[in-house]
Design a binder for this molecule. Structure first.
Ligand SMILES: Cc1cc2nc3c(=O)[nH]c(=O)nc-3n(C[C@H](O)[C@H](O)[C@H](O)COP(=O)(O)OP(=O)(O)OC[C@H]3O[C@@H](n4cnc5c(N)ncnc54)[C@H](O)[C@@H]3O)c2cc1C
Length: 408
């Protein structure tokens, strides 16, 4: 008689948790998702998604929503903060599809979350469930929630973000540390800046102690900007209460008129502080594991945090599909072994980019600009090791003994 599918409880319905849910559901597992929020929502944010992530989402059959709501930027352009001089310029679409069979997309987070959720049965997403406690029962794991609900599953996956309570239950509670950066974020209706005649691309402006990125989302109806500035301390009350457009303009005083014009045209402005953790030595314990920011938060300076959470879900599904119900604890350790080198590399590269992007003007910055002009290290070709990784296919090959792609 066929065995019942493994039951899998995912804690957290963010981009990572939902992608894992769809991947595991399609692979035939009995999946339930538990989310603390009363509704599925992502306020304000937007996201850059490289081919290594979009490949996973297209393969899950989410093309209709992606093709409807996301934008395919034609180019990526890095420029100097004061005079707009070009540092690097590279094609993105259709080049990424030609090279890697998947596009580079920019998308509003709320749209992305709704698109991924559309691939999973609504009744299996349990909202208003804040995870608080884990009990290892040997051949199963019990998860307890603040509302009194207790569930038992063959496998529990903590996909509950950088402040993960599942991580704290496994590894102890230590707070993430402030990474010395805050971001001013805003959305600009394109009709407010029509006179700028911006190309359909992603632009980054680099200056001393700061950089600002802007690109289109929501079918091209909105331009998103995120402007990062360095600060020694963070105090939530002080910052969030003063997240005004004037304050963002003051932070980018003296920058190129295009940058200041975009900030000034935003409807509202948000501030977001960046937090960080050291890479974890391990994240799978018996029948519980972690994914996404819960185990490998990274600075967004490679634009890969959500992309790696998406890869995690696909790799976890590939590992569990290959192993079936045999020894889930060993399968979770294998998943972790496959993922850790790649995500640790990206955590380190993202940290290094904070220094490279924020160099004070001077000889080091001039040397950086010269190197970039020669090497074009943001081009799709230069990022082959990152973009061509196929989380499903490459891991299936790895499970049969080939070296993991994207970790060398
Ligand atoms: C300003 C900024 C820009 C970024 N830009 C990019 C980009 O362009 N590209 C990219 O790939 N990445 C980007 N990132 C990184 C990306 O946002 C994260 O890596 C990604 O959202 C992580 O997804 P996740 O599902 O692991 O966690 P989250 O998105 O944090 O989701 C966690 C979920 O768990 C829920 N939860 C939390 N605690 C509990 C609990 N106790 N019980 C139940 N549920 C709980 C939360 O409510 C949430 O729904 C950016 C990050 C920032 C800050």
């Amino acid at each position: 008689m066929a065995r019942a599918p493994l039951t899998i409880a995912i804690i957290g319905a963010g981009i990572g948790g939902l992608t894992a849910a769809v991947s595991l559901h399609q692979a035939g597992f009995a999946v339930d998702v538990y989310e603390q929020a009363p509704e599925l929502t992502e306020v304000g944010g937007v996201i850059n998604m490289a081919p290594n992530a979009t490949r996973v989402l297209y393969r899950l059959g989410l093309d209709q929503g992606l093709d409807r709501d996301a934008v395919r930027p034609h180019t990526t352009h890095q420029r100097r903060w004061q005079d707009g001089r070009t540092l690097q310029h590279a094609p993105l679409n259709p080049r990424c599809e030609e090279l890697y069979g998947a596009p580079h997309l920019t998308v509003h987070r709320a749209d992305l979350l709704a698109i991924i959720a559309s691939g999973f049965p609504t009744e299996r997403i349990h909202l208003g469930h804040r995870f608080v406690e884990l009990v290892d029962k040997g051949n199963a794991t019990e998860a307890r929630f603040e509302n009194g609900v207790r569930i038992v599953a063959d496998i529990v996956v903590g996909a509950d973000g950088i402040n993960s309570a599942v991580r704290a239950a496994l590894l102890g509670d230590d707070a993430p540390r402030f990474a010395g950066c805050v971001a001013y974020r805003g959305l600009v209706p394109v009709e407010h800046i029509a006179d700028l005649e911006l190309p359909l691309g992603s632009e980054s402006w680099l200056g001393p102690g700061a950089h600002l990125v802007h690109y289109f989302v929501s079918r091209g109806r909105l331009l998103n900007f995120v402007g990062w500035t360095q600060h020694d301390t963070w105090n939530r009350e002080d910052w969030t209460d003063r997240a005004t457009i004037d304050r963002a303009l003051a932070a980018f005083d003296g920058w190129h008129p295009q940058v200041r014009r975009i900030i000034a045209a935003a409807d509202t402005c948000f501030i977001w502080a960046l937090f960080d953790r050291e890479p974890l030595p391990r994240w799978s314990f018996n029948r519980t594991t972690l994914l996404g920011d819960a185990c490998h938060p990274m600075y967004p300076f490679m634009a890969q945090g959500a992309a790696q959470a998406i890869e995690d879900g696909a790799v976890l599904a590939a590992c569990l599909t290959a192993a079936g119900a045999d020894d889930p604890a060993e399968t979770l350790r294998r998943y972790e072994r496959l993922r850790r080198p790649r995500v640790t590399r990206l955590q380190e590269m993202s940290r290094a980019n904070k220094i490279r992007y924020h160099m004070p003007d001077g000889p080091d910055q001039e040397a950086r600009d010269t190197t970039w002009a020669r090497a074009a290290d943001r081009s799709p070709e230069a990022l082959r090791w990152l973009y061509e990784f196929d989380a499903g296919r490459d891991v299936a090959e790895q499970l049969f003994g080939n070296p993991p792609c994207g970790t060398t």
